[in-house]
Design a protein around this ligand. Structure first.
Ligand code: ADP
Ligand code: MG
Length: 132
């Protein structure tokens, strides 16, 4: 039986951080990531989920496995349903965060992942896409 290559985790409350952490850990372990990259992916996903819970209220994490010239990877798309971020450049600045999360914030999450893109539409919400 082949394994699923995409799925989603609804983020309804802070408790879903635990679910996201488990799903990401299982996925990257299945993709044969090394221990360091497993920890990075789980920690980054954790921060982005916490941000959704703190600032957007609810949202969803979509995941898709990647295959780039035979190298296995994972794409995570975090859709937050809140009001969105008015100034993305400011939000991405190190030291700008309020440290309600783990203290590593968006710049930290970007460092932990290999790629990160943010799209925010005021009044509609924020989508953060990361790839490892
Ligand atoms: N998913 C999101 N929806 C709306 N605003 C967000 C989201 N993620 C982050 N933000 C905004 O960006 C700021 C910076 O986030 P972050 O770097 O994680 O720092 P912190 O969570 O410590 O404030 C937050 O304070 C918040 O205003
Ligand atoms: Mg944060």
């Amino acid at each position: 039986m082949s394994q699923p290559t995409q799925g989603d985790v609804p983020i309804k409350s802070e408790n879903d951080i635990v679910v996201v952490r488990r799903v990401v850990r299982d996925l990257v372990t299945r993709l044969s990531f090394g221990v360091t990259d497993v920890t990075r992916a789980v920690t980054g996903a954790s921060e982005l989920t916490r941000n959704i819970s703190l600032y957007a209220g609810t949202g969803i994490m979509w995941w898709t496995t990647l295959d780039r010239h035979g190298a296995a990877g994972l794409e995570l798309r975090f859709e937050g349903h809140g009001l969105g971020i008015s100034d993305i450049e400011l939000a991405m600045k190190p030291g700008h965060g309020t440290s309600h999360g783990l203290g590593l914030g968006l710049p930290g999450a970007k460092r932990l992942m290999d790629e990160m893109e943010i799209h925010s539409e005021l009044g509609k919400g924020t989508t953060l896409t990361v790839r490892k």
